[in-house]
Write a protein that binds this ligand. Sequence first.
Ligand SMILES: [Zn+2]
Length: 235
Amino acid sequence: MGVFQIFINPIKLLVSGVLDLIYPPLCLICEKRLAQNEEQVCLNCLDSFKLIGKPHEHFSVPGKISITSAWALFEFDTPFQSLIHHLKYSRRRKPVMTVLNHYRQQIIRQLPDVYDLVISIPLHVRKLRERGYNQVDDMSSWLAAQLGARSGNELVVRTKYTQTQTQLNAEERFENVAQAFSVKQESMITGKYVLLVDDVLTTGATANALATVLKTAGAARVDLVTLSTPQHGNP
Ligand SMILES: [Zn+2]
């Protein structure tokens, strides 16, 4: 094993060095060449993202709201939309993590230190197969680690395949996601403080549908954190 390590590591280094010369790593957002200490997104672009810095208050969900507090972290400007687009549709998972790490202190300061479980809004198994990964899982494990909570992703399941909601109004979205989720082990949810994680908060219908199922299963409180929202400054 030792011999392989000695020989493989320099070769790996050489190959990645040569690749960097041929294809220098570029910033995902501005496409300028990254400096040695930069990863995925350049410092200039990182500093240009804007944290919203206060809880989200505009839910346009008909019926009962089961979410106690919600935060959409960043303003939905063009660079941030591009970041989310790459995360969802071109398998670029690392840049969002670079952004979260850059703003770690400000993000964690906003969130209460009360959670037992952090749960990604699950994808239906068919959607998961199409995309190959749940785009919020990395953020979800990151938050669990930062907040000293446990990941509860295995406790919920999306039972209904829902079409894209982009064209639907608030009422239709509510209908579309009603009964879309179920809890697998109620006893693990009872009395727990749960933080749900999603990428974009639009009407809140999807997260609220899951929150309702969790509250029915006995969760003490369900909150939501998302990367961004197009609703901010546009109620
Ligand atoms: Zn840049």
